[in-house]
Design a protein around this ligand. Structure first.
Ligand code: MF3
Ligand code: CO
Length: 253
């Protein structure tokens, strides 16, 4: 069952996601060679507190059943998603996916951006560009009357002709009072559930795109997903509401 939100609930989700967007913007200003991912996490922690919001990720359990230890995920280079922030120093030429989650007014805000650290090579920049574009193509399909797999196809149909691959193991998701609500939102065509999109649905779209194989593996920390071939990966995420007037991106300033 997909939980539809009222206009008031969508307004609350907008507020939660605005906090996330402000944190992502601030982190974007701070990312440069020499900064550690742990420092970025501290910034998120402080900003969440200042906004009277709670971190959505800290303590969250997924398949591994280990509580996630931080406020952000920071996934560097071949790390796809769920990298744990810590002493790692970012260096010139790295790319880093930063994912932030808040809980505010009872609703989860969830968004992610992949940033360049200093100057990156042309293929890394192209990977980030294509991934970001694929997210916006998916957002355009978030119109009532369309079906879920129209959104999924938009990502795949942009990514693959550009020579990159779409991660299969992780997907986008419905979002609301819980971080992960139905439906799951694959970034590729599947034969699975294909509900019609309705006004009031709130979806976290999050394409994860690899330079080489779409296959991933999990590191021993049981959180960090990395590409199976060690090539680069990029990730962008927005939380989006389906309204009478089309898609409303909740996590954009
Ligand atoms: N945006 C990610 C997701 O929707 C963030 C989850 S990190 C976790 O799955 F640690 F909380 F799992
Ligand atoms: Co998400």
């Amino acid at each position: 069952m997909i939980i539809l939100k009222t206009r008031q609930e969508i307004a609350a989700m907008r507020d939660s996601n605005r906090i996330v967007a402000e944190i992502l913007q601030r982190i974007g200003e701070l990312i440069k060679p020499g900064v550690t991912t742990g420092e970025l996490d501290q910034v998120a922690d402080k900003m969440l507190r200042a906004a009277k919001a709670k971190p959505a990720f800290k303590g969250y359990r997924m398949r591994n059943n280990k509580p996630y230890p931080a406020c952000i995920c920071s996934s560097v280079n071949e790390e796809v998603v769920h990298g744990i922030p810590g002493p790692r120093v970012l260096k010139e030429g790295d790319i880093v996916g930063v994912d932030v989650g808040s809980i505010y007014k009872g609703f989860v805000g969830d968004a992610a951006i992949t940033y360049a650290v200093g100057e990156v090579d042309a293929e890394a920049a192209r990977l980030m560009g294509v991934t970001r574009e694929s997210l916006y193509k998916a957002i355009e399909r978030c119109v009532h009357g369309n079906r879920l797999l129209d959104v999924s196809s938009a990502v795949q149909d942009h990514v693959e002709p550009n020579g990159f691959s779409v991660v299969r193991e992780f997907v986008g998701h419905g979002v609301g009072r819980s971080m992960h609500e139905p439906p799951q939102i694959p970034n590729y065509k599947t034969s699975g559930w294909n509900p019609r999109l309705e006004v009031g649905m709130t979806l976290a779209l999050e394409p994860m795109v690899n330079q080489g194989t779409w296959r991933v593996k999990l590191l021993d920390d049981e959180w960090t997903a990395v590409t199976a071939d060690g090539k680069l990966s990029a990730h962008f995420e927005h939380s989006v509401a389906i309204t009478e007037n089309g898609p409303l991106v909740l996590s954009e300033l």
